[in-house]
Write a protein that binds this ligand. Structure first.
Ligand code: C2E
Ligand code: CA
Ligand code: CA
Length: 675
């Protein structure tokens, strides 16, 4: 028995491989085969006898006919190896060829492909091969075989391989394990029937077949992998990973297509832009994981709501698109949109929480609003923003809306320029201690004075910055300016704090603490004089990353303040588990205090709760003396609001501070006089 040592290679355990197992099974079947195939193996002594008799005559017959027959069979196999373009074809051809050439009873091909590992076998006489998953034990045993690339008798295979085929009734045979490239190997194993032993000729012939099969399996495997990659890439390019829906690119292709077809039949095409309302808040409050659950759920609801021929896509973020052909004008399109709006609105239960999500839908029609896909989508977007603005749920495009939208787009570009050129300023609004009226620090508020539009409110440009990725440079600019101004003012020396508003995205930005540390270092300010104001909903975004960022910020020694408290759904006890120093009661409650008993009650109980949790409490939006006194009576620590001062430019700050000190001193002396 030749061992083929020169070809021997160590098997790389665990690599995927293909094993071709050709086993001759029950003797009777094998023996009778040359006189015509018989479908089933006969058992018992008689058939055993018949087998022995027949065996001798088959051998002699075969020696004569063999070369010619085999030549034909191997030629056929060679041809299949040349042209096959699927692994399946090759597996079947290998099995058939082995059954014929070796007069085998059973031939099996084992393909090790990780999770998709299979064993395909056919008994002679059976019509088609059967495929089942390959057992881990067999795969491990074949994977652990030492001799590769040359055929060996089955009995010399690893013990588990021998045992495996033994259990299947195969006593002798042969096998060859072929090594392939790219992490895939092909193994061919050939076994022989009870009473038959492997001859050197059998091994030689299997070697020949295996040589061809090996190249063919390799070629086909590569082809299939390439095809898979291409189709995956095609899919990835055109689909959204999270929801599996077609993406923006695919959507635009479908839209163009619909417009073109509709033009021929003079149909109307509607493009719907569906944007979830308050999705940002859902993400921030409940965490991104649940945000993803919501997006996936909405994707499947929209898909279900779509009728045949209507295409749903995810355009990015919480935006979905639908193309509908053959709508009946404005009213028809709006009715179709209703269907999708309703699907979104059904209550959604996730991890015991019931959410009701709503959407704003903008509609643009072809040919009325344009005959080009991108233009149509942009107009649907304009209509969608109008729907958001008017809380109308569904809006059809109207040229009136476009003016506002054009301004919004232009603003984004101008905001970028303003940040780069220092056109963005910072104003400061003081905070005072309620007990003695002393100024304790300032809140930095970004200001943008636009050349044409004048002063643009932060509520507008901060949101714009967040949507357009400008929030990071904006935050950096405000921090740099505010901390430098703080030092100029002698903030640390006078025990004054400088508070800066931090956008939600910064808490998910692991680079943020590093950036802050650098700015603090450059300014030379004492970190304990710096307060970061973070909104309540941001704090509740229960992501591991946000918590990590918060902890790094705490380690820097800066203070953390919860801004706009009362507007989110947070629990104070959860917030107190975070490194928080201060809570700012939202101005909407504070401003209502003097006229609305409920607001006053909320403010009072919040003050008590915050104190119980050992944090400082600030009331913002204090506009009059009455509120000031009420807060003082309720035990609030600090106040901020127009009553004390409006936000002012740095240049006014020193003068204001001097005057405020005087006032406090006057107040103190007045109080001294009183007592
Ligand atoms: P905020 O953090 O709640 O800031 C307080 C806002 O209340 C400021 O509005 C301030 O001018 C206003 N305010 C102060 N006292 C009173 C009062 O007595 N009555 C009334 N009615 N309002 C008062 P502003 O400057 O328009 O800022 C609005 C929001 O924009 C801020 O709310 C903050 O969330 C955001 N913002 C401002 N600057 C920045 C910034 O640099 N970065 C970030 N991320 N957000 C900023
Ligand atoms: Ca603030
Ligand atoms: Ca606030």
């Amino acid at each position: 028995m030749e061992q083929g040592m020169p070809h021997q290679r160590r098997w790389n355990r665990g690599r995927p491989f293909t094993a071709v197992v050709i086993a001759a099974g029950a003797g009777a079947l094998l023996a009778l085969r040359p006189w015509g195939a018989i479908g089933a193996a006969a058992g018992g002594v008689l058939s055993g006898l018949a087998a022995m008799l027949a065996w001798g005559s088959w051998r002699s017959h075969r020696t004569v006919a063999r070369r010619l027959d085999d030549l034909e069979v191997t030629h056929r196999f060679a041809a299949v190896c040349e042209i096959a373009d699927t692994t399946d074809e090759l597996v079947v051809a290998t099995i058939d060829t082995c059954l014929e050439v070796f007069g085998a009873d059973v031939a099996e091909v084992v393909m090790a492909r990780g999770v998709g590992s299979t064993a395909t076998a056919r008994r002679s006489g059976e019509g088609s091969p059967t495929r089942r998953p390959a057992t881990p034990r067999l795969l491990a045993a074949l994977g652990g075989a030492e001799r590769v690339d040359i055929p060996i008798p089955l009995v010399e295979a690893p013990a588990d391989v021998v045992a495996h085929y033994g259990e299947a009734g195969v006593r002798d045979g042969m096998l060859v394990i072929l090594r392939g490239g790219g992490g895939s190997d092909t193994t061919i194993v050939v076994g022989l029937a009870e009473g038959r032993t492997v001859s050197t000729a059998d091994l030689g012939q299997l070697g020949e077949l295996a040589g061809r099969a090996r190249i063919a399996f390799e070629r086909v495997r590569l082809m299939e992998r390439l095809q898979r990659e291409i189709s995956q890439k095609d899919h990835q390019v055109l689909h959204d990973g999270l929801t599996g829906l077609p993406n923006r690119l695919q959507f635009s292709i479908v839209t163009e297509d619909a417009i073109r077809t509709a033009r021929g039949n003079s149909e109307t095409v509607a493009v719907l832009l569906i944007d979830l309302d308050l999705f940002k808040e859902i993400n921030e409050t409940l965490g991104h994981q649940r945000g993803d659950v919501v997006l996936r759920e909405m994707a499947s609801r929209l898909t279900e709501a779509a009728r045949p021929g209507e295409h749903v896509a995810r355009l990015g973020g919480d935006e979905f698109g639908v193309v509908i052909r053959g709508v009946d004008g404005f009213t028809g399109a709006a009715a179709e949109a209703r269907r999708f709006a309703d699907a979104v609105q059904r209550p959604l239960i996730t991890e015991g929480l019931t959410l009701q999500v709503t959407a704003s839908i903008g509609i643009a029609l072809a040919p009325e609003h344009g005959t080009e896909g991108t233009a149509l989508l942009r107009r649907a977007e304009v209509a969608m923003y109008e729907a958001k603005r008017t809380v109308a749920a569904i809006e059809v495009y109207d040229t009136q809306h476009d003016r506002y939208s054009t301004r919004r787009l232009a603003l984004a570009a101008e905001l970028r320029a303003a940040i780069d050129s220092g056109g963005l300023g910072v104003h400061y609004q003081p905070k005072a201690d309620l007990a003695d009226g002393r100024v304790t620090g300032f809140e930095a508020l970004a200001r943008w004075t636009h050349a044409r539009h004048g002063s643009i409110p932060p509520d507008e440009f901060i949101g714009l910055a967040e949507r357009t990725g400008l929030i990071r440079p904006l935050t950096e600019l405000v921090l740099r300016t505010a901390l430098a101004d703080g030092v100029r003012l002698g903030a640390d020396r006078d025990g004054l704090s400088i508070a800066v508003n931090i956008a939600p995205s910064s808490l998910n930005d692991s680079a943020f603490p590093g950036m802050l540390a650098e700015i603090i270092g450059e300014s030379g300010i004492d970190p304990s004089a710096v307060i970061l104001e973070v909104t309540e909903s941001t704090m509740m975004a229960d992501s591991a990353k946000a918590r990590q960022v918060l902890e790094s910020l705490d380690e820097l020694g800066v203070e953390l303040s919860i801004d706009d408290f009362g507007t989110g759904y947070s629990s104070l006890s959860y917030l107190s588990s975070l490194p928080v120093d201060e809570v700012k009661i939202d101005r909407s409650f504070v401003m209502g205090m003097s006229s609305d008993a409920r607001s006053a009650a909320i403010v009072r109980s919040t003050i008590a709760l915050v104190h119980a949790l050992d944090m400082r409490v600030v009331a913002e939006g204090v506009e009059d003396r009455a509120t000031w006194d009420q807060l003082r009576y309720a035990g609030c620590d600090l106040v901020q609001g127009y009553y004390l001062a409006r936000p002012m430019p740095f240049t006014d700050l020193s003068a204001w501070l001097t005057q405020a000190r005087l006032t406090t001193e006057e107040l103190d002396t007045a109080e001294d006089r009183d007592t």
